[in-house]
Design a protein around this ligand. Structure first.
Ligand SMILES: [Zn+2]
Length: 147
């Protein structure tokens, strides 16, 4: 039986930054301009990564084989936020999702829109809502909406 846990806490994420680079990620961003997702696959174990990774985390080898990924997937985990990163109450609860897109073995995070927090559940089918004017960056994926 799976157990659902609630964690009460405060984290200051205002200084959180990360850097992504490499051939795979650059190809992925280029394809996103066309509303397509391109990850990559390990030629040894077959694991498919999105975002594309420059090495396989299981085999520890460089990987270059592109893999097309669907923009539809399944909610694997989620969080409902009621305050911003500084603790100020939000006007509306904010849904954040971890989604495993069809064709990928990894999860990506994104905002959930057009869904009530009480309707979100693990296993829920969602799809990416693409930005109308895409420029080839991560903001081209606006959010996840119900399938
Ligand atoms: Zn591998």
């Amino acid at each position: 039986m799976e157990e659902t846990r609630q964690v009460q806490g405060t984290w200051d994420l205002s200084t959180f930054k990360f850097r992504i680079e490499g051939e795979g990620i650059n190809n992925m961003l280029k394809e996103m301009k066309e509303a397509k997702l391109l990850g990559n696959r390990c030629h040894q174990c077959g694991t498919v990564y999105l975002p594309a990774n420059f090495y396989c985390r299981k085999c520890h080898i460089a990987i270059h084989e592109p893999a097309e990924i669907s923009d539809h997937g399944e909610v694997m985990s989620y969080t409902v936020g009621y305050a911003d990163v500084r603790g100020n109450p939000l006007d509306e609860p904010r849904v954040s999702l971890m989604v495993k897109l069809d064709g990928s073995d990894t999860w990506i995070m994104g905002a959930g829109e057009e869904m009530k927090p009480e309707d979100v559940h693990i296993g829920m089918r969602v799809k990416i809502k693409w930005a109308e004017h895409r420029v080839g960056n991560l903001q081209d994926m606006e959010s996840f909406i119900p399938e």
